[in-house]
Design a protein around this ligand. Structure first.
Ligand code: CUA
Length: 347
């Protein structure tokens, strides 16, 4: 691995520790990616300077001036033709070789010792699900906007997007990895972090971006990547991050729940996404007509019942398609948050 890191630092643009141009090389493939980039860049700079230089020089040398007679342009030179065909051929083969070598490493996950993490991308947030690996048994920890991993371990992300959502793409610049998230499909992405976020000086973690334009809040669809030194630190961070009761402010808690669970079907601006439900704008306290003709006021009881049994009272004009939610022993904490958030939208 050290050899790879040295390789990445060979040319000045990229540096293992990060530079003005590039973030630090924090995964096992980062140095190879940077080397390929630098190789192509410097080759291009070399030819650009050489071609512009020669062009400028000839313009000067053969300029029209008193005492200089025009010469006939030569039409063929076999040695020159061979030189400018064969040299570029070898250069292109070198680019092909280097990039194919690193590409194959990037797309081929190790066959053993791989930890899987489920990723859900939707408008406009990321959720990472963890289980096993010493986490409390039988529980799935869903952590919004934070990808937690342990240094020098292999990871495979299993990424998806809900059916009614749009394309997103997960990009971690410090790891030099990127993969699309496609509605209704599972895409995979593997990496091995080689530098902790603390070592790199990013106390708040490495940046993770959505890099496929996905609508209004695309630019704020980000998350943080935390690379921990030990599995114990990793576990603590996940248990803390997956616990919604840690968010004490109820409106903020509700907003976080909304973004994770509700945002793809319920808008905040009065619009209704295809196949979605009533917008939450001005919804609190409103009297709605149900499919059976009865009238119901959107209050605490209605919200509580509708999360658990959405099909029981469906508002007229909307499809009966909502997924039931049950957050187990944290259900009250969730409902409290949702209600506080809906009330805050009324104001
Ligand atoms: Cu999600 Cu852009």
């Amino acid at each position: 691995m050290m050899a790879d890191l040295a390789l990445g630092s060979l040319l000045p643009l990229a540096d293992a520790g990060g530079s003005f141009w590039f973030p630090p090389e924090a995964s096992s493939v980062a140095a190879g990616s940077d080397f390929t980039y630098d190789f192509i860049l410097w080759l291009s700079i070399l030819f650009f300077v050489a071609i512009c230089g020669v062009t400028g020089y000839f313009v000067f040398k053969y300029r029209k001036r008193p005492g200089h007679t025009e010469e006939i342009t030569s039409t063929h030179n076999t040695r020159l033709e061979l030189a400018w065909s064969i040299i570029p051929l070898f250069l292109l083969m070198a680019i092909f070789g280097i990039s194919t070598y690193w590409y194959l490493i990037m797309v081929t996950p190790p066959t053993e010792d791989v930890t899987e993490i489920e990723v859900t991308a939707k408008q406009w947030n990321w959720t990472f699900s963890y289980q096993g690996n010493g986490l409390p048994a039988g529980k799935k920890f869903m952590v919004p906007a934070a990808l937690h991993v342990v240094k020098d371990r292999n990871y495979q992300l299993i990424m998806t997007t809900p059916d009614r959502d749009v394309l997103h793409s997960l990009f971690i610049p410090a790891f030099r990895v990127k993969q699309d998230c496609v509605p209704g499909r599972y895409n995979k992405l593997w990496f091995r972090p080689t530098m902790s976020h603390m070592e790199s000086g990013n106390e708040d973690g490495f940046m993770l971006y959505c890099t496929e334009y996905c609508g209004r809040d695309h630019s704020v669809m980000t998350a943080r990547v935390f690379v921990w030194e030990t599995e114990a630190e990793w576990r603590t961070a996940i248990v803390k991050g997956g616990d919604i009761t840690q968010i004490k402010d109820l409106v903020t808690r509700g907003e976080s729940i909304y973004n994770q669970n509700c945002a793809s079907c319920h808008s905040l601006d009065g619009t209704v996404p295809p196949g979605g439900g009533p917008s939450w704008q001005g919804l609190w306290g409103k009297e709605e007509t149900m499919t059976d003709g009865s009238k119901v006021v959107v209050d605490e009881t209605y919200v509580r019942d509708s999360t658990k049994e959405p099909g029981k009272q469906v508002v007229q004009g909307y499809p009966d398609v909502m997924t039931p939610f049950d957050w187990g022993d944290q259900n009250d904490a969730y409902i409290e948050g949702i209600i506080a958030y809906m009330k805050s939208l009324k104001e």
